[in-house]
Design a protein around this ligand. Structure first.
Ligand SMILES: Nc1nc2c(c(=O)[nH]1)N[C@H]1C(S)=C(S)[C@@H](COP(=O)(O)O)O[C@H]1N2
Ligand SMILES: [Mo]
Length: 302
């Protein structure tokens, strides 16, 4: 598969490496080299200019319950997942239902780099340089029929490679859903890589959703099925705890989770003493997406 992201994870190094490099180079030359380490952002108009997290942070602290519920379980276990060949079944209210091979999909869509803020419902955040294509391009390949109102997604279930399938009490497959207008929005990305690397398995190889104005759990990983429907699809976290996780799950500092505030967040990689930052409405994407929810009570539709 072709990965053409420009942002090299080796350009953004954890502090220890950065100090070593400076020491190696020494003196003023080292200082200038340090300054040149900033990201080479040639990215899309949809990208944030915030500094991306280190590749090591993005790939070591994950949620992917198919591989266990600990933050380090996905990095430890996901190497067992086989991702080649990979296909996505597109069904429901589409003109061309069927099994779409990933290679064929990638030959027909245009991929680019998108640097997005990512806000988990557990009140931590990251900035991730994704590589991928807009979900609307995939939907266009299948031809969405006029009565369709929602898109449902499902993750692979493969017990031999995913130890959590047997040990974690979720009604598998992991599933998610979007309203069709949310799915068609240009910010909604099907991601295939991070920095200049193919999607790491713990992050949802080979294909995962990214919806940057919604809490992280909406961004379903290792997708094998996309279904167009006229009924609101079931979503895994809503099935598990309907009082705590709604269908919309838009990032909203004014609507608390029943057990904790959503007003602030801790950026991963900043160290435990780093100041918490204020969470922004729609995770900072208010200008782009607020109109999708005009007239809706977002406390009720959480
Ligand atoms: N299939 C699947 N997708 C999933 C999850 C999961 O457990 N299984 N966890 C979700 C949650 S809770 C979060 S916060 C994000 C984490 O994405 P990341 O590990 O790439 O940061 O993935 C989401 N997608
Ligand atoms: Mo999450």
């Amino acid at each position: 598969m072709a990965y053409k992201s420009t942002l090299k994870y080796s350009d953004i190094t954890p502090k220890a490496d950065y100090m070593n490099r400076r020491q190696l180079m020494g003196g003023a030359a080292g200082l200038m080299a340090g300054m040149a380490l900033g990201p080479a952002l040639g990215a899309s108009k949809y990208s944030t200019d915030e500094k991306p997290n280190a590749f090591e942070d993005i790939t070591a602290y994950n949620n992917f319950y198919e591989f266990g519920t600990g933050k380090e379980d996905p990095a430890r276990n996901a190497h067992r997942l086989t991702i080649d060949p990979w296909s996505v079944k597109i069904d429901g209210m589409v003109d061309k239902p069927g099994s779409y091979g990933l290679e064929d999909i990638l030959a027909k869509v245009s991929q680019e780099e998108r640097i997005y803020r990512f806000r988990c419902v557990e009140a931590w955040s990251m900035v991730v340089p994704w590589y991928g294509f807009e979900l609307n391009q995939l939907l266009a390949l299948a031809g969405v029929q006029s009565g369709a109102k929602y898109v449902g997604f499902e993750t692979l279930v493969r017990e031999e490679e995913m130890p959590g399938i047997r040990t974690v009490n979720v009604d598998w497959p992991y599933r998610e859903g979007l309203r069709l207008d949310e799915a068609m929005h240009p910010l909604t990305l099907m991601a295939t890589g991070i920095y200049d690397q193919p999607m790491p398995k713990q992050n949802g190889a080979p294909l995962r959703l990214v919806v940057p104005w919604k809490y992280g759990f909406k961004s379903i990983k290792s997708i094998v099925r996309v279904t167009l429907t006229d009924k609101q699809p079931q979503t895994s976290w809503n099935m598990l705890q309907p009082r705590e996780y709604g269908f919309y799950s838009n990032v909203n500092p004014e609507v608390s989770h029943p057990r904790w505030s959503q007003a602030t967040e801790r950026k991963i990689g900043g160290g435990l003493l780093a100041r918490r930052q204020k969470t922004l409405m729609f995770n900072g994407y208010e200008d782009e997406v607020a109109s999708l929810y005009a007239g809706m009570d977002l406390a009720k539709n959480f």
